[in-house]
Design a protein around this ligand. Structure first.
Ligand SMILES: C[S@@+](CC[C@H](N)C(=O)[O-])C[C@H]1O[C@@H](n2cnc3c(N)ncnc32)[C@H](O)[C@@H]1O
Length: 187
């Protein structure tokens, strides 16, 4: 047995929560790896809403999910999620930072990230998961990391469970995961 790395662990959580026919969000489509994974989990009866502000990322994701007609590619900021998604989702995933092999100066930013996270929490069905993989080694990354951590730390315990998963003895600010589960409402 070895400890699961952050990205495989994130995927294993998605596998546990996303069922065939679900609606889900990829808030940072990038090169489309998560979009494809989500499209496979929801199957053709579900819907994947994939957002990115860069045309290049939308095109890369389009190529990766060719033939998956239940993926909606949205060339817009995730800060506008609620303009595109109005019914409950089982999961939303964010990979913060810049597009690998793309323009490293175009990064996710605290204000839009927090706004998008709030909108996803509203949309989550009970037991649904918001997963945010945080990269903070780049310029501006630590500021966004701190803002996200402050936000999730103060989410009310009665409504949400918040988990942090990552390795704490590695060099160069390795990515870590923040997972937020929406709790079932008790009557
Ligand atoms: C780390 S990459 C995502 C990697 C992706 N998950 C993959 O599988 O390749 C972050 C992406 O977030 C996008 N991004 C930055 N700000 C955004 C925003 N406000 N709304 C949507 N996407 C944004 C960037 O353009 C970039 O493609």
């Amino acid at each position: 047995m070895s400890l699961q790395r952050v990205l495989p662990f994130t995927k294993s959580l998605l596998e546990q929560i996303v069922a065939s026919g679900d609606r889900v969000i990829d808030a940072t489509a990038g090169n489309g790896h998560d979009t494809l994974f989500l499209a496979q989990l929801t199957g053709p009866d579900g819907t994947v809403f994939a957002f990115d502000i860069q045309k290049e990322a939308i095109e890369a994701t389009k190529t990766r999910v060719e033939g998956f007609h239940h993926v909606r590619l949205i060339h817009d900021s995730h800060a506008k999620i609620s303009e595109y998604v109005d019914s409950p989702i089982s999961a939303a995933v964010f990979n913060l930072g810049y597009l690998p092999k793309g323009d490293h100066s175009i990064i996710t930013k605290s204000q839009s990230t927090l706004s998008a996270m709030e909108q996803c929490l509203e949309l989550l069905q009970p037991n649904g998961l918001l997963l945010v993989v945080i990269y903070s080694g780049h310029e501006g990354g630590s500021e966004e990391r701190d803002a996200v951590m402050e936000f999730v730390r103060t989410l009310p315990q009665t409504n949400f469970d918040v988990l942090q998963y990552g390795f704490i003895n590695q060099q160069h600010s390795p990515p870590f995961l923040v997972a937020v589960e929406k709790k079932l409402k008790k009557n």
